[in-house]
Design a protein around this ligand. Structure first.
Ligand code: AMP
Length: 588
């Protein structure tokens, strides 16, 4: 497949912010894509080479790319750097430079998607002392044969600056339309994606085996399953209203969610955001095979830091000491953990997702042999407010955050947040200022002590209906110098030239970011706002909701995707809840 077809599509997509148009361009692109190239096209569209969990990163530095452009154009690196500074985008700068050059030379080759992909793959795989030179050679050989437009997209993919704003949902819509003629057929695609976390593989399946093949898609051991999420409730009363007469209550432990894939002695661990995190937990890798009485299993657990002397659970932050590449053994002995299992998704070649919760729990208890390290998450069946309250007290006293309430007769819904699981934290009760997880979408430069860093961040909640990030507040408090530095560093990789089409904000930030980073915020109140876009029109026409006196809590939620941030529905519920509390208080 000619690479020019992809480059032209990318060019069109970059110029629009409208989801319908993006979908249409994708459909046109997929219709021109041969079956055996479709997975590569889908990965490249997302700026990747393989699904995230495989951890293959391109990681080419700007300096190297500039050297490669210089090599193939004959123009000095200094002039390229100047052009880059002017346009702010190396891809665009390269286009201009190469356009000048093509006026004097002939293009000899038609480059293909296959060739670009293979070359990028080789680049990603290169390691060692000579790797920089080799990388440069590969890049400049591609640029030599590319048209200026193609070169610009090759560079954007290489540098990780391709910002199309296409969400996975949009890609699935387009796949359904291109291969079945209707968006209505998206459901099986979603299911396949939820159990494999590999959109390229899903695309390849629909292209080669049709919708039937997608419907028969099965769980693959060592490919992560997208996790099931919980809605929140504010009180025992609300929980009973939503859950019915009898349901399970589990401790909500304050640790890191780990999806444990086991086959005999082989263990692989995935985080909630589906990264392979095995390297941080050598203790789990070593000890789990002894505790699992099955040939194959996919299990879900919460890894929690503990006080070794008392066995008490310690807060999430303690675990972050393990997020290091070196001297991990030391961290393992300094910050001991237990692994607390709460679900089973796959057992000896068969999916357990369709089984009811109570069946899965039974199987889990049979398969995990408890010891000092591997535990079952404490669980009880509850029927009324008193029983929930008692279990909640016990949970809080053990150092946990609250409860997870789960319907007994429901399946595991991979990749979705629904009413089958609810979370009840103690501080939600009768509180105005609940914590929210919000997406950093923009920033304003700081003054004084904060010069050269971001002084204030613009935050958004997630709108599930439109798949957009809606502005909800600016936040400038709660940041220590250390946090400011850390955030500046993390965010500098996410800067975009134009506002991502999935961002909905009337406020103009100094810098816009790819909506990716999630941070935790507390606030004193939620109010109606003429400027902010969260839950616009939901409470009053032409007004959105905004946080008053927001403050950063110090928690950067690395384990969360932007789509896991607090939703507008949650914001509306909190807004209504605070009204109710205020009303109840005034009656007292
Ligand atoms: P939150 O991050 O507040 O949305 O809460 C959901 C998280 O709670 C999950 O991703 C898990 O990491 C964690 N968790 C702790 N205990 C449990 C449990 N018993 N069942 C499910 N999730 C749990």
């Amino acid at each position: 497949m000619k690479f020019s077809i992809l480059a032209e599509s990318l060019n069109k997509m970059e110029k629009t912010a409208k989801r319908l148009e993006l979908t249409q361009y994708l459909v046109e692109l997929f219709e021109k894509t041969p079956q055996d190239v479709i997975s590569r096209i889908v990965y490249l569209l997302q700026g990747k080479l393989r699904p995230d969990f495989e951890g293959i990163e391109l990681g080419v530095a700007e300096k190297l790319a500039i050297r490669a452009i210089s090599k193939s154009s004959g123009i000095t690196t200094k002039r390229i750097e100047e052009a880059y500074r002017k346009s702010g985008d190396l891809g665009q700068a390269a286009t201009k430079i190469l356009e000048q050059k093509t006026q004097t030379t002939f293009l000899v080759e038609n480059i293909t998607v296959e060739r670009v992909y293979e070359t990028l793959f080789k680049i990603a795989r290169l390691e060692g002392s000579r790797s920089q030179d080799m990388k440069m050679k590969y890049i400049s050989s591609l640029l030599n044969d590319a048209t200026p437009l193609e070169a610009s997209y090759i560079l954007k993919i290489l540098l990780g600056t391709l910002r199309l704003g296409v969400a996975e949902n949009t890609v699935m819509d387009a796949l359904a339309i291109a291969y079945t003629g209707s968006k209505e057929n998206r459901k099986p695609l979603e299911h396949a994606y939820n159990v494999s976390s590999d959109l390229g593989k899903v695309a390849e399946t629909i292209a080669s085996k049709g919708i039937k093949g997608v419907e028969e898609f099965e769980i693959i051991l060592f490919n992560p399953i997208r996790p099931m999420l919980a809605d929140r409730v504010k009180s025992e009363e609300e929980a009973i209203e939503k859950m019915g007469i009898e349901f399970a209550a589990e401790y909500k432990l304050d640790g890191e969610r780990v999806q444990v894939h086991v086959e005999k002695e082989k263990v692989v661990l995935f985080s909630r955001s589906l990264e392979n995190i095995s390297e941080y937990y050598p203790d789990i890798i070593e000890k789990i095979p002894n505790a699992v009485l099955a040939d194959q299993a996919i299990l879900e657990a919460e890894a929690v830091a503990i006080n070794e002397n008392t066995g008490e659970f310690l807060p999430f932050q303690e675990l972050m000491h393990r997020r290091r590449k070196y001297k991990i053994e030391k961290a393992v002995s300094q910050y001991p953990i237990t692994v607390n299992f709460f679900d089973i998704l796959y057992h000896n070649g068969k999916s357990c997702l369709e089984q009811e919760y109570k069946e899965r729990r039974k199987l889990l208890e049979k398969i995990i042999k408890e010891d000092e390290f591997a535990k079952h998450v404490p669980m009880g069946i509850v029927k009324n407010q008193n029983e929930i309250q008692e279990f909640l007290e016990n949970s809080i006293n053990s150092g946990s955050e609250g409860l997870m309430l789960k319907m007994l007769d429901k399946p595991y819904q991979a990749g979705s947040r629904g009413n089958y699981w609810l979370k009840l934290k103690r501080e939600y009760q009768n509180e105005l200022g609940d914590s929210l997880d919000l997406v950093v979408i923009g920033a304003f430069f700081g003054k004084g002590r904060r010069t050269g860093r971001y002084g204030t961040l613009l935050l958004a909640s997630y709108d599930e209906d439109t798949d957009t990030f809606t502005s909800i507040c600016k936040v400038g408090t709660g940041f220590t110098d250390e946090y400011l530095d850390q955030l500046y560093q993390i965010l500098s990789d996410k800067v975009t030239i134009k506002k991502n089409p999935r961002i909905d904000s009337e406020m103009e930030a100094d810098v816009w970011f790819e909506p990716e980073l999630v941070i935790e915020i507390v606030a004193s109140e939620i109010t109606l706002s003429p400027i902010h876009k969260a839950a616009k029109d939901a409470i009053r026409k032409d007004a959105g909701l905004a946080l008053r006196f927001p403050k950063f809590t110090g928690k950067i939620r690395v384990e969360k995707f932007a789509e896991d941030a607090s939703t507008n529905e949650e914001v509306i519920a909190l807004y209504k809840g605070q009204k109710k509390v205020a009303h109840d208080k005034s009656l007292m």
